[in-house]
Design a binder for this molecule. Structure first.
Ligand code: DOR
Ligand code: ZN
Ligand code: ZN
Length: 397
């Protein structure tokens, strides 16, 4: 196996720490096999899968189910989250130490699925069980419901961002930080989106790490809703220019530790429904690397900063295996990219059964050419190679 990397860049294996692969429960839009195939085609060597499946991953039986399924069908390194519920608090410490478990995920505001812990007392209990960094979908549920009532039926898509408002995210994030301080348990704040959150988090980096999504670094409201309607709806929502600029500022000033996709496939027929009836989330695992390489080419971040937020920082934050003093993720995981290649993203390139991307017809400069997992070529020039031999990630205890 020889890779001619003349004129290409060899990056550490890029990771997407936030994907929803829908298995078990909805193989019509994604499975571990199709999702990790899409990831490899898009230049990723590792993914971490969210627990809001059907049934959810919230007890030992489902953890074992996921371990087995991922070992048999994943193309790349695979980690997955445990969903916190009000019922499984006491088991969280033992669940989070199971093989392949990258951490605990808490929904402090409602989203797809039924995992939600929203009251302070229950959230505090979650913080007191286990020891790894707790990952939060931080939105404020009460505020959410109140806004939803105010902005109801008959609204155009463009107004989606009104009821999923800025204050809702900021309230959620402040609450999680207060709990982290009270309990001493570090938090990882998923998909921060607002200027207020990001500026405020500057003073809380000792207790919290921060994720921003590629979607929020690439799309801007209201343009995206006018063009994509329900296909641009996600939680937290795509926001306007002010917040877009704040997300980029936070990438440059170091507040952001991790950039992920929040790949959340849904049936395109459901996404075409009127707003409030259409599910939240868009596909993204296959397009995150091309989009971020394009951002590098457009001067928004450097290639080494990209390697920080998609490889080095995630490896440190989630506790990937170490080599000597440096956390390196896994041995011989590489993403080889062509920074000069111009190419159009299209729906027919998408490997997920859901079969669409919000970036259809978008032209980018910079493309993943080869994905190497533990020294094996898994993808080269758009072709998958071999069989699904990906393994569960062994996280540090
Ligand atoms: O837009 C979203 N979609 N946000 C979430 O938090 C969940 C996700 C999904 O699973 O569909
Ligand atoms: Zn979320
Ligand atoms: Zn998510």
């Amino acid at each position: 196996q020889v890779v001619d990397a003349q004129g290409l860049h060899v990056l550490p294996g890029l990771m997407d720490c936030h994907v929803h692969f829908r298995e078990p429960g909805n193989a019509l839009v994604e499975t571990i096999e199709t999702g990790t195939r899409a990831a490899a085609l898009g230049g990723l060597t590792t993914v971490f899968d969210m627990p809001n499946t059907n049934p959810a991953i919230a007890d030992l039986e489902m953890v074992e189910w996921k371990q087995k399924r991922a070992s048999e069908t994943s193309w790349i390194n695979f980690g997955f989250y445990i969903g916190a519920t009000r019922e499984n608090t006491k088991d969280l410490a033992s669940l989070e130490s199971q093989k392949g478990v990258c951490g605990i995920k808490v929904y402090a505001g409602s989203s797809t699925g039924s995992l939600m812990v929203e009251d302070d007392a229950s959230l505090e209990q979650v913080m007191l069980h286990g020891h790894r960094r707790v990952c939060y979908h931080a939105e404020d549920e009460y505020r959410l419901q109140e806004r939803k009532k105010l902005f109801c039926e008959g609204m155009p898509y463009e107004n989606h961002r009104l009821w999923r408002d800025e204050e809702c995210a900021f309230l959620g994030t402040r609450r999680i930080i207060a709990l982290a301080r009270k309990t001493g348990r570090p938090a990882h704040i998923l998909h921060t989106t607002t200027q207020e959150e990001l500026e405020w988090l500057v003073d809380h980096k000792d207790i919290a790490t921060v994720e921003v999504l590629a979607n929020h670094l690439t799309q801007i409201a209201p343009e995206c809703y006018e063009r994509l309607k329900g296909f641009a709806v996600m939680n937290p929502p795509i926001r306007d220019q002010r917040h877009y600029d704040a997300c980029w500022e936070a990438i440059r000033n170091g507040v952001v530790d991790v950039v992920s996709s929040d790949h959340a496939p849904h049936d395109p027929e459901l996404k075409a429904k009127p707003w409030l009836c259409c599910p939240s989330g868009m596909l993204g695992v296959q397009t995150i690397v091309p989009l971020m390489l394009n951002h590098v080419n457009e001067g928004r971040l450097s290639l080494s900063r990209l390697a920080d937020v998609m490889a080095a920082n995630p490896a440190r934050i989630y506790g990937m295996p170490t080599k000597g003093r440096i956390q390196v993720g896994y041995d011989a995981d590489f993403t080889v990219v062509d920074m000069q290649k111009k190419r159009r993203i299209t729906n027919d390139w998408i490997a997920s059964p859901a079969g669409w991307t919000p970036y259809d017809q978008v032209e980018v400069k910079g493309w993943p050419m080869v994905t190497i997992v533990k020294g094996r070529i898994v993808m080269q020039n758009d072709e998958m190679q071999g069989t699904p031999e990906g393994e569960l990630v062994n996280f540090l205890p």
